[in-house]
Design a protein around this ligand. Structure first.
Ligand code: BES
Ligand code: MN
Ligand code: ZN
Length: 498
């Protein structure tokens, strides 16, 4: 999909489809007023006749309207003007994509970014257009044998703006939105694949392919012997029950100044989490193929960063393996020595994410990072706390936590702060090792993050628990691509504030 900005406040330009917004009660949006005049008062009449109420998500396609330069006009309901905000704007865009997909239009001009949206400048209004179009047009790489539905004919989308200055901002917003969209597609593709295809070795190969496509990425993929040489005892314990060999993926992107401290992004890459000897219940166990979503996210975020050529140094680290039961699997009560030297008593083999992440966090120290952010589908407890709306955000650094929370708000990919600290570390006490890997049911998301914090001492570290946000269940089952919008926004703003 090609995205462009075009100066056309009066809806004069020729296009396959003009997308104009109409609020409730016959309250026409900016472009709709112009179109109404061009069509001799047709929009006012449609409202008067009760044919278009302007409720949020309402759609009406006017084919070949005489008087307009557009081959089609698509009316989009925006709801009540007083309640129109970020959410409503996004919803209107989502409905737009669905409706446009059912037309034969090859190109379209979207006039919705002309509307005032509180807290959303023109760059973000344009960015949302690109993001929403990419996300809505995403197709799961399914293995169904029936013929694939034809791809929509739409191949070019323009965002109408008022003047040259707005066009410049919109163009930059579209560039970011398209990059975020492409990062999300990569991440969703990886996470949606079945776990017999998307193995640790496969993820390693995909990271190498990414580095081949973008020579500014340097990639190193460690195998079991490399991981052993690094003394990642906790990571090795998780993988030891599986027939699939593990990988440690490390990608370096040097877009910033030579020697400038990088941001390390670490992603949990469990390609299937059966629970191990602490076997999970069967219901929804299939969804544990998504347990590598953190890894997919950081690879997708890297793709976006590289497409944007952001002047920043980024290191992506993905420890990836399966968590399986077998005669050789790690058992409850086993004690392992982590790369940091701290010993861990594994009381529950299903708390495996923190075991692979703690060694990855230790490994990140060699890059002398400015910040370390791990992304993980870490705890069911985080879903209990926050549902599917917010990612959990824990950090040992106030300003880093603030940056991430603000990025989530701006990018419409929000995270909510949850506590960590000594009280939770107390729950992880072991009589036999430095620390246990579980700390009881209470505050499960916080004990998991507090476990990680024991390995992040003196680092500027944050943790995003995306157990509730990385994928959808039920009829909509599939990867969401979250929290890529948040991470990319965070990195863009790091660059700007430096
Ligand atoms: N990958 C799971 C967390 C998870 C569960 C994410 C359900 C999304 C949906 C993680 O490895 C896990 O099993 N966590 C345990 C921790 C417990 C044993 C302390 C959990 O949340 O039950
Ligand atoms: Mn688990
Ligand atoms: Zn897991």
């Amino acid at each position: 999909m090609e995205f462009k900005a075009t100066i056309d406040p009066k809806a004069h330009n020729a296009t396959g489809c003009a997308v104009v917004g109409v609020y409730e009660d016959g309250d026409l949006g900016k472009a709709a007023r112009e179109v109404d005049t061009q069509l001799g008062g047709l929009l006012a009449k449609l409202h008067g006749d009760g044919d278009f109420a302007g409720k949020l998500g309402d759609m009406l396609l006017l084919p070949a309207p005489a008087g307009s330069a557009a081959e089609r006009v698509l009316l989009v309901g925006l709801g009540a003007r007083a309640g129109f905000g970020r959410k409503q704007y996004r919803k209107a865009l989502q409905s737009t994509v669905q409706a446009l997909g059912k037309t034969g239009a090859k190109d379209a001009i979207v006039y919705l970014a002309l509307e005032d949206v509180p807290d959303l400048d023109v760059a973000y209004r344009a960015r949302s257009v690109a993001e929403v179009f990419c996300a809505q047009l995403y197709k799961i790489p399914d293995l169904k044998t029936n013929p694939k539905p034809k791809a929509p004919r739409l191949s070019s989308v323009s965002v109408a703006v008022a003047d040259a200055r707005a066009a410049k901002s919109a163009m930059e917003g579209l560039r970011i939105g398209a990059a975020v969209g492409s990062g999300m597609s990569l991440s969703r593709d990886l996470a949606n694949l079945p776990p017999n295809v998307c193995t640790p070795a496969y993820l390693g190969t995909r990271a190498q392919a990414l580095a081949k496509a973008f020579p500014s990425i340097k990639v190193k993929v460690f195998d079991a012997s490399g991981i052993k040489a690094l003394k990642m005892g906790a990571f090795l314990a998780v993988t030891q029950g599986s027939d699939q060999p593990p990988r440690l993926i490390v990608c370096e992107y040097h877009g910033g100044k030579k020697g400038a401290a990088p941001v390390c992004l670490i992603g949990k890459g469990i390609t299937f989490d059966s629970g191990g000897i602490s076997l999970k219940d069967p219901p929804a166990m299939d969804e544990m193929k998504f347990d590598m979503s953190g890894g997919a996210t950081v690879l997708g975020a890297l793709r976006a960063v590289v497409e944007l050529k952001l002047p920043i140094n980024v290191v992506v680290i993905v420890p990836t393996c399966e968590n399986m039961p077998s005669g050789g699997a790690v058992k409850p009560a086993d004690i392992v020595t982590t790369m940091s030297g701290q010993t861990v008593e594994i009381l529950n083999t299903d708390a495996e994410g923190r075991l692979i992440l703690c060694d990855a966090i230790t490994y990140s120290r060699r890059f002398k990072p400015a910040a370390v952010i791990d992304v993980a589908t870490l705890t069911g407890a985080c879903i209990v706390a926050l549902g599917n709306h917010f990612s959990g955000l824990m950090s040992n650094n106030e300003s880093l936590a603030g940056e991430l929370a603000s990025a989530g708000i701006r990018a419409d990919d929000r995270a909510w702060r949850l506590p960590i600290g000594e009280e939770y570390v107390e729950q992880l006490k072991s009589n036999f090792a430095d620390i246990a890997n579980v700390g009881g049911r209470e505050g499960g998301a916080s004990t998991a993050a507090s476990f990680l914090s024991k390995f992040a001492k003196d680092l500027h570290w944050a943790h995003l628990d995306v157990a509730g946000t990385a994928w959808l269940s039920g009829a909509q089952k599939g990867s969401t691509g979250r929290p890529i919008p948040l991470l990319v926004d965070f990195l863009i703003n790091r660059v700007r504030s430096k």
